[in-house]
Design a protein around this ligand. Sequence first.
Ligand SMILES: Cc1ncc(COP(=O)(O)O)c(C=O)c1O
Length: 384
Amino acid sequence: MTYTNKLPEAGTTIFTVMSKMAQDFGAVNLSQGYPDFDGPRELHDAVARHLGQGHNQYAPLAGVPELKEQIAAKVGALYGCMVDSERQVVVTPGATEAIYCALTAIIHLGDEVIVFDPAYDTYEPGIRLNGGVARRIPLQSPHFRIDWQRVRDTITDRTRMIMLNSPHNPTGAVLAPEDIEALREVIDRHDILLLSDEVYEHLVFDGREHLSLLRYPDLAQRSFCIFSFGKTYHVTGWRIGYCVAPAELTDAFLNIHQFINFSTTTPLQYALADYLRDHPRHHLDLAAFYQRKRDLFRDLLKPSPFHLLPSRGTFFQLADYSRVNDAPDREFAAWLTQEHGVAAIPISVFYENAPDQRVIRFCFAKKDTTLRQAAERLAVIASL
Ligand SMILES: Cc1ncc(COP(=O)(O)O)c(C=O)c1O
């Protein structure tokens, strides 16, 4: 048999590798980004109810109308963005599928996509599998800000799309109003689309607002905005998210979605529609919920030798370990798991060109007891 693997160097994602290592060594798993607690009981009960009510066959291609209406109402209330739930909303099996569909709908051979370094690990394969070329631009230390002059200099006739992610995984950085202005100015003269990954939309801290591109009609009209119910309702394993985009882009998106997954798990959609209708505050309370966890975790780590970087959003905390040793981050993460019983993610995996830094990512979407247990283990690590 002769064949060529399209992603030969991809291997197994670091999230699977670290979670397995955590299990093998009985480590506290702060690596992969998922909660170790359940979502709302009533939401789970609603799934069971809909399973019992015969909602078990294919959902419509773009999603069940009840859920799409709730999504349209939600983005209207949160971002002042009036969307037609029939033409502009698609429910997908996770944000991951939505990102892939948006890229596949738009990217042709040789098209360039601007991606910021570091980036969530699904972006680049999605671009490359479609024959596109990712043009990586490093985020600027120490606050992981976008260098808009670099963006201007990187745009060519082939630039088709810019991928944005705010709040940003792995850094916890968030877009500021100046970024929105700069983005507007940069794309004004170009025919460029935007993919805005906003899966952590509700996890923005310290009184800041999430600057969804849906707030800005001129930007929304050229954007795929992508969200995840998994993050919002602590149900990452359910694999359910959605994309909001102008009708024309949604049509192109659906052309792809129909051949990848066709539709998304039916009883989950009905359950989420009920829950959004009956509990409109859940997502409004989420920032305070996670900010408290962030602050607890940061406090608990004060006696440890780690230097904590700012975390303005997401449920991730970057930690500089250069006071512990000088090992490369993959090696350090393996050592930390095996010798100290705490698993984290080496952040070099998010980079094309990783700078010379000693930084790992912890996930604080965990029970307080888990965070305390991890912190006790981290506190005893000796400084150099
Ligand atoms: C930045 C970012 N985008 C997308 C996703 C994928 O979301 P989902 O689980 O809904 O596919 C994640 C998950 O960790 C993420 O961190």
